[in-house]
Design a protein around this ligand. Structure first.
Ligand code: PEP
Ligand code: MG
Length: 870
């Protein structure tokens, strides 16, 4: 089997095998662009490495050596040669780009002999020994896991001895000293010498890159971005070109369009006399790409030309890395650039207008999940105008962030877990900060440019980020920072505006988002394309109206018990739950009915005639029973019974397993009055609203939860129809209504053909269906599921992404059985999965009629449903 490919043997279509970076390097070589020679070790080799219990087998090793020889031949250089030494970079490159999550090693191939040769040949011994000491540092960290910190200390110690402050003041001899001291630390730290054989260096580096596929941050990033763990990473071994050999050398990163706004203008940064990692690591603040025109005009013109060729070729915005060695341009990478949601929409619309892509291609260019960042609150324009910025820096990723200052990722996580809003303020961020970034309202960095990891990662996750705020004087160890004469302590409120780069020393009010402009136009394309209808899960008129503004076509689930979470209403439902006598029950229901009716009227009005499915009470009792002594006292008074008696009732209500307890239609079986009351409320509300708005022609959809048997459904349905028919008749109306059921107990899925005899529609309650199929509680599984991810038993949370193999099979079976009995049965999903793009794909293929999700996921579902059809 072929495990290694020269760059000129591959192309962009071989992404799965060569990884994104490898495939695109191959493609650029094929297009005749200046790419340093190299080869790619395939993702299959990585997977084999893991299959073989983390060893690179002899066959793969032999192929790597064979291709190294070819590379030496192509370049005319040789590993470890005293005349013309070959140095390489060893870089990861998975199928999907995972910026900064895995490892990279540069300058590989240096040893004492080679360093001396480079010193002589380049006439620049400082450069030679600087490269050498960087290599030792990187190798020790990445391959051997030695602490980076100690290396920095060794540098600081030498600077102190020499009485200098700046790294740039270190001479060639100093660099040589550092090499010796680094090697010494390597030897004492690891009990072995730093390897002088470049082949050994390379093999160990390759293995380290394979290993980095499974480091913590890569695993976290994959879970966040739905990248399967079995893809593996490829490894690219490429001849080094040097951006740090002198003033006619440099390195940079650029996007063909602005990744924050989408503006169609080359956007990027570079540093002269620097090595690649210096730009992206955000350690030095780089210059704007336009300025390259003055510094290196030939390279600049050639680069601009390549950019436009690449964008036309890939029909997508490109993110590129380049190096200039002695005035000559080399391309080191191109990939589809990460961008903000705002930029993604603008680029998609612009490219359609430019005739570069069609609307289907445009729809596929935007990640549904990404739209989320556009739906969250923005700063209130007036409040923003009234606030005064304390400093301004690079608008690295848009959004409105207000929160309390924290200084580390760990702190961010701790505070966020307590429910606090935080802004993570860092000197510079490193990929290890990713979890802390994910829980923050925004990220503010002192160093780094628009293309630093902080910026790229923040954009990817839709978090707002302001970077390169050089005015900030950091004292994070002491828990504060200073801007001008203002001091900001840990815990103080600040706000950052990722669209302007402004930083404010206070919390600023926010307002809800709207869909307009490019967003609106794009969503229209999605609506024209999709087959699935998108409904929403909403329990209040306010949520319903928000969902309609986001494009919901109806409500798929009103959880009637949620209406009682608000204000004083909880008391009424508690009375119902603890009622022991018929009189107590009647008193409680009489209080509840008008409240319910009013709530339903509000929802019908907000939905303006769109379909609304009202689900009957399904209160997990444990969530509603009072536990606090004051509440119990008050409830006893209200119900006119003794406190002790009430306590007794409450303790009788206790269930060992409430999620499998007295819920859903089981309540209606034991207390038919509840279903009667709800039916009266639904029907009366619909009659009333229809009277005011005959044009809406509301047809109530009544949904019975947690049904497991046809006889059970019949029993409860009978209560509903008797009550409804009587009220409708009394009102002299001919209003129609539908009665359907949730499919959320596995038994109902198994017997769906029978259930469909009485149910006019099915709505899959995939939350309970998942809980009951897996047999673990949706309330508690979060405690042990993480261990299932790390043990690679499950890759995702089955409550977030539908388990297609198991639960999905039940859904498909029930859908088919239901259609057998009732060919026009309406089928939908109203569990949380209704807003998950992968699950939407799955149910689209099954031909269901709609999905229903929370209001903020409606636009995501609209786009995912469109993509499912392309
Ligand atoms: C479900 O179980 O999927 C569902 C939508 O109902 P609930 O979440 O209210 O139990
Ligand atoms: Mg349920």
């Amino acid at each position: 089997k072929k495990y290694v490919y020269l760059f000129n043997e591959g192309d962009a279509n071989m992404r799965n095998l060569l990884g994104g970076k490898g495939a695109n390097l191959a493609e650029m070589s094929k297009l005749g662009m200046p790419v340093p020679n190299g080869f790619t070790i395939t993702t299959e080799a990585c997977n084999k490495y893991y299959e073989d219990d983390e060893v690179i087998n002899d066959e793969i090793k032999a192929q790597i050596m064979e291709y190294l020889a070819k590379l030496e031949e192509e370049t005319g250089k040789k590993f470890g040669d005293a005349e013309n030494p070959l140095l390489v970079s060893v870089r990861s490159g998975a199928r999907a780009s995972m910026p900064g999550m895995m490892d990279t090693i540069l300058n590989l191939g240096i040893n004492d002999v080679v360093a001396e040769t480079i010193a002589e040949k380049s006439g620049n011994p400082r450069f030679a020994y600087d490269s050498y000491r960087r290599f030792i540092q990187m190798f020790a960290d990445v391959v051997k896991g030695l602490s980076k910190k100690r290396f920095e200390e060794i540098i600081d110690e030498l600077k102190a001895e020499r009485g200098i402050k700046d790294d740039l003041e270190l001479t060639a001899d100093d660099m040589k000293t550092l090499v010796e001291r680094f090697k010494e630390f390597y030897r004492t730290g690891l009990g072995e010498d730093f390897p002088t054989d470049p082949k050994q260096q390379m093999m160990e580096a390759i293995e380290a890159v394979f290993r980095s596929w499974n480091n913590d941050r890569a695993i976290y990033y994959r879970r966040m971005n739905d990248i399967p763990g079995d893809w593996g990473t490829a490894v690219n071994v490429q001849m080094m070109v040097f951006g740090n050999m002198g003033e006619d050398c440099g390195t940079g990163v650029a996007f063909t369009r602005n990744p924050a706004t989408g503006e169609n203008k080359l956007y990027g940064e570079f540093l002269m006399n620097a090595q690649g990692e210096d730009v992206v690591a955000g350690v030095r603040t780089p210059k704007k790409i336009d300025q390259l025109k003055e510094v290196s005009p030939t390279a600049y013109d050639q680069f601009v030309d390549i950019c436009s060729k690449l964008e036309n070729h890939y029909k997508n915005m490109q993110d590129m890395e380049f190096t200039i060695e002695n005035g000559k341009l080399f391309m080191l990478q191109t990939r589809n650039g990460k961008r903000t949601a705002q930029a993604a929409l603008k680029i998609a619309c612009d490219m359609v207008d430019e005739g570069l892509i069609n609307t289907d291609e445009a729809l596929m260019m935007v990640e549904p999940q990404q739209l989320d960042s556009l739906l969250h609150p923005m700063f209130d324009a007036d409040a923003l105008a009234a606030a005064e910025a304390v400093t301004s820096a690079l608008p690295a990723s848009p959004g409105a962030g207000s929160g309390q200052i924290v200084f580390s990722a760990e702190e961010a996580k701790e505070e966020a877990e307590k429910g606090k809003k935080v802004i993570l303020v860092r000197l510079e961020t490193s990929p290890e900060d990713i979890e802390g970034m994910a829980v923050s309202q925004g990220i503010l960095t002192v160093r780094g440019g628009m293309t630093s990891h902080a910026a790229v990662v923040a954009r990817g996750m839709g978090a707002c980020c302001v970077s390169g705020a050089g005015d900030i004087e950091m004292h994070d160890d002491e828990g504060y920072f200073v801007i001008g004469d203002k001091k900001f302590n840990r815990g103080d409120w600040i706000s950052i505006d990722g669209s302007t780069g402004n930083v404010y020393g206070e919390a600023i009010k926010t307002v809800p988002a709207t869909i307009s402009g490019d967003f609106e136009r794009f969503m229209k394309w999605a609506d024209d394309r999709r087959r699935l209808k998108i409904r929403t899960n909403a329990d209040t008129p306010r949520d319903a109206a928000q969902a309609v503004a986001f494009g919901a076509e109806g409500i798929g689930l009103v959880r009637t018990e949620h209406m009682f979470f608000e204000g004083d209403k909880i008391k009424a439902i508690r009375e119902m739950i603890v009622a022991k006598t018929d009189d107590q029950m009647k008193a409680a229901l009489d209080k509840l009915e008008p409240m319910q009716q009013k709530d339903f009227e509000g929802i019908y009005e907000a939905m303006e005639g769109r379909p609304v499915t009202i689900r009957y009470l399904d209160p997990p009792l444990h969530e509603f029973v009072p536990t606090n002594p004051d509440d119990i006292k008050e409830l006893a008074r209200e119900m006119n019974i003794g406190e002790d008696e009430l306590n007794q009732v409450i303790s009788n209500l206790h269930e060992v397993n409430p999620m499998m307890g007295h819920r859903g239609s089981r309540l209606a079986v034991s207390n038919p009055g509840i279903a009667k009351m709800q039916t009266a409320a639904v029907i009366k509300a619909a009659l009333n609203v229809n009277k005011a708005h005959p044009e809406w022609n509301i047809v109530p959809e009544i949904m019975l939860p947690l049904i497991g048997d046809l006889a059970e459904l019949k029993y409860v349905k009978k209560i509903v129809t008797t009550t409804a028919d009587e009220i409708i008749k009394e009102a002299g109306s001919d209003m129609k209504y539908h009665v359907g059921t949730m499919i959320e107990v596995p038994r109902a899925a198994l017997l769906a053909d029978e259930i469909a005899k009485e149910a006019e529609f099915f709505s899959f309650g995939t939350n309970d269906l998942t809980q009951l199929t897996f047999g673990f509680s949706r309330d508690d599984a979060g405690k042990f599921l993480p261990q299932y991810y790390s043990a690679k038993i499950y890759e995702n949370d089955p409550f977030a992404r539908l388990d297609q193999n198991g639960v999905g099979k039940l859904v498909e079976m029930a859908a088919n059985l239901g259609r057998q009995t009732r060919p026009d049965i309406k089928l939908g999903v109203c569990g949380e999965h209704g807003g998950d793009p992968a699950s939407i794909h799955f149910v689209d293929k099954m031909g269901l009629n709609y999905v229903s999700c929370s209001p903020y996921r409606v636009p995501i579902a609209r786009l995912a449903a469109a993509q499912a059809t392309i």
